[in-house]
Ligand binder design. Sequence first.
Ligand code: SF4
Length: 144
Amino acid sequence: MRHARGLNAFYRGFESVLVALHPLLKRIGYQRLERPVARIEKSVKGLLFDCRMCGQCILSSTGMSCPMNCPKNLRNGPCGGVRANGHCEVRPEMKCVWVDAFAGSTRIPGGIEALRAVQVAVDRRLQGRSAWLRVVRQRAGEPP
Ligand code: SF4
């Protein structure tokens, strides 16, 4: 979370590059790209964010703290069971991802406003799919 600002800026830039590549990606075929891109995404984001590949990334709205690491998988948190030391009520050895989310959000311009936005429930059908490709298609106006 200490690097949330830089990571978010990098992520935004990376997303813009991917969106600019949309015509090429479309020509190759999103279906064909899905598996290899998802594999790369899982490696990179797994290393950086302990990503669980939910397929609908909201890191920019959670201070770069992955909400899927919350034992309750809360997309809108915290739950109210945060311990006095900022740790999780389910897994006491673990710091609450939403405490981290708040800390990270304070470092990102507009982060607190983004954190306050209510997130829709996670769509389990997208589990394991590439959130990167999904965002590119959305931003390019492609059907889901
Ligand atoms: S929100 Fe989803 S895609 Fe983003 S890091 Fe967490 S599990 Fe991965």
